[in-house]
Ligand binder design. Sequence first.
Ligand SMILES: NC(=O)c1ccc[n+]([C@@H]2O[C@H](COP(=O)([O-])OP(=O)(O)OC[C@H]3O[C@@H](n4cnc5c(N)ncnc54)[C@H](O)[C@@H]3O)[C@@H](O)[C@H]2O)c1
Length: 428
Amino acid sequence: MPRRVTIVGLGFVGLPVALSFARRGIVAKGLDVSEALVGELNAGSSRLLESDGEETITQILRRCLEAGTFSATADPAQAYLDTDAVLISVGLPVSEGRVDFGPLDRAVAALVPHLRKGLTILLRTTVPPGTTRRRLAEAVEAAGFTLGQDLFLAYVPERLAEGRAFAETASVPVSIGAPDPLSRQKAAEVMALILDAPCHETDSYEAAELAKLAENAQRDANVALSQELAALARALHLSSREVIRLTNTHPRVRLLDPGPGVGGACLPNAYVYMAHSAAELRLELPTFRAARATNEAVPEQLVDLALGAPRGNGRPKAAVWGLAMKDNSMDDRQSPALRVAEGLIAKGFLVSAHDPLVTGHTFQVATPAEAARGASVLYALVRQPGLDPVQPGWLDGLLPGALVVDARGLFAGLGDELRRRGLTLWSL
Ligand SMILES: NC(=O)c1ccc[n+]([C@@H]2O[C@H](COP(=O)([O-])OP(=O)(O)OC[C@H]3O[C@@H](n4cnc5c(N)ncnc54)[C@H](O)[C@@H]3O)[C@@H](O)[C@H]2O)c1
């Protein structure tokens, strides 16, 4: 049974996973290329907003540091010393529609000199099909090891959702893909240290890789359907949320909610990873591509609504509530809400945004009321604590006749209040 594990990449996924081992008494070493992050973690501080019940990730981190079960390092030699299992959780960025394998290739290059018999490697990064074989299995075999005999490798995609990382690491079943049974068994033993749910095994890396992409891409496509449905519902003077609520009373139907678009690294990148693989095989994925394009277009469509809003004198002002890539999140990577804010600036608006969880943007202000003051258009884009439920008083400073664009149903039930104030509501 593994007693020591190394987690490579200590981001939104890697850190909570490492701490999930550490708080169960397994010695977990985290390896990250960011010296700053390593220093921060070893000093007992994390910017992530995860928690497990009452205990925050920072408290869990400090408890594990004190117990000596967690430490972070940027030095591969230290990270791989005496380890039984390696879990790789780096991300593969997408830039201009192309996959950047650099982080994984560098992680593999740093691992290879430390390979030894008996080691179990789990690739957890979301990847295009073929990646585990071509970029990891072949490197291990080139170093002289026989997979399934003296070294074990499986693809075990990560399924946790940010904000619920500890609970989902323990409770969400995972799939394990490897051609040989011993690698699958060894990977299952590693997962059993943190997971109290079943592992579903399959005998190829590629099946597990593609299934992970299908999970993400189907959610992307599902939102795209809801987005289109919302446009039709609005044209019919219906509430899309009411239509979706009714639709979902069917036991075999589960439409997701529309919103300002689909962001983050996971869902949008899934199509790019699939398209990468499809292109090698000279295949097209027109339905997935169309869904991606539908979601990609939403932020700009929302920005265009502001052009029809009444304007005061001088430079028009727009308020934006919520900048994160999804509800209850501090993550603004590839955030559609951020794209709305930036799109409004590009159209000449002065933007004041409020998000209680996101930091680092010059146009952010301290309260939703301050953001709304003097604005002729208000965008409610993300359901964040501190923005939900909406307090009518936050609207006091809006210009007369202002437009309220509600992409997340934050104003559901406030229609009368908006009418009383002479504000126009546009909602998804
Ligand atoms: N964030 C989520 O909720 C989520 C959910 C499921 C799956 N995933 C997948 O998990 C993977 C990681 O996602 P994330 O959100 O944690 O990414 P992240 O960007 O937050 O973290 C990645 C970390 O890896 C480090 N890193 C990069 N190259 C490295 C290398 N060569 N060696 C060591 N460290 C390196 C980075 O410094 C960073 O700290 C991605 O494939 C993502 O698609 C993420």
